[in-house]
Design a protein. Structure first.
Length: 311
């Protein structure tokens, strides 16, 4: 990823803040991409399907940023998967944009497509390639450090360095079906729940389309994340008649360990007792945005499922 002028002076502090020890990039040592986002997504899809032709009829994908503004991510993935022999027929497609939520929304839409009865099987993909606009040969963050000597984290330059130390390239895929698989472990998807709180909270992250400058405002997260997450979880559990205390483990999309205290507070407060156990591979995988939940679920399954149950 290279190094920005003055970055080394604050990197140690940032790494201590976010708790991520390793990240992953589809770049060579000269900062040239080894794959584009579409290739990474297609590889994840092929791996998910064991490199065999898929029988899905609904293709849903999400990403923060892709090389082309249009056509949509799923449209291009349909073509890429056809070249690999994964799919050779018309399918319904769904492309989702946003920041980290785009992958989760792709999953929500795929689940609804199956629940409606319109489809029996769907392929859902999340992919991110932030290295393209965060590498040192591309990024040009505004140097406003002198304006925030007493409040460093309010600096856009500081947050650019923070994001460079946090985000990973990655892709993940999941196959959704109306019946469990017979040759491997399957998770049952009981329900989905998705809500936006943009009517009462300002934007905490943005990616400018022309400059591709990614920015984050931690102050907004500090103020709004806890009440918004509490409202989201309470609404989801109430709608489905459940209690967080019934859960054995939670797999959260935790963007940085900087926010770990918020997570533990919610898991304790809403669980009605000791904090509900959680599991994440953030430390070793980094934050892969919209692909994170699929990457987390894949590693969790492989580490916590008996070998004979995976095949």
């Amino acid at each position: 990823m290279g190094e920005l002028d003055g970055e080394a002076l604050v990197r140690r502090k940032i790494l201590r803040m976010n708790g991520i020890k390793s990240r992953h990039y589809a770049l060579d040592r000269a900062q040239n991409p080894t794959h584009d986002a579409y290739e990474m997504a297609a590889l994840a899809a092929a791996h998910c399907l064991d490199h065999k032709p898929g029988t899905f009829t609904y293709l849903s994908a999400g990403s923060t940023n892709t090389p082309l503004v249009g056509p949509g991510l799923s449209s291009i993935l349909h073509a890429r998967l056809a070249r690999q022999g994964i799919i050779a027929r018309p399918v319904e497609i769904n492309s989702n944009s946003g920041i980290c939520t785009s992958g989760a929304q792709a999953l929500v839409n795929a689940a609804r497509a199956i629940a409606s009865g319109d489809h029996q099987e769907a392929l859902c993909i999340g992919v991110e390639q932030p290295s393209v606009f965060l590498k040192s040969s591309f990024i040009r963050p505004p140097d406003d450090r002198a304006l925030y000597l007493d409040k460093e984290t309010s600096s856009k330059w500081f947050m650019s360095v923070f994001l460079r130390s946090m985000l990973s390239d990655g892709a993940g895929a999941v196959s959704l079906r109306n019946q469990p698989a017979t040759d491997r472990i399957s998770y049952r998807l009981n329900w989905t729940y998705s809500r936006s709180f943009a009517h009462e909270t300002p934007l905490c992250m943005s990616l400018e389309s022309r400059s591709l400058l990614l920015s984050q405002d931690v102050a907004i997260l500090a103020k709004y994340m806890r009440p918004s997450v509490e409202q989201l979880v309470r609404g989801a559990l109430a709608q489905h008649g459940e209690s967080l205390a019934e859960y054995q483990c939670v797999l959260p999309h935790l963007s940085s360990y900087f926010f770990k205290a918020y997570l533990l507070d919610i898991l304790t407060k809403m669980g009605g007792g000791p904090a509900i156990p959680y599991w994440t591979n953030l430390e070793s995988a980094g934050n892969a945005g919209s692909a994170s939940i699929f990457i987390i679920l894949d590693e969790f399954t492989r580490k916590h499922t008996p070998a004979q149950a995976t095949r």
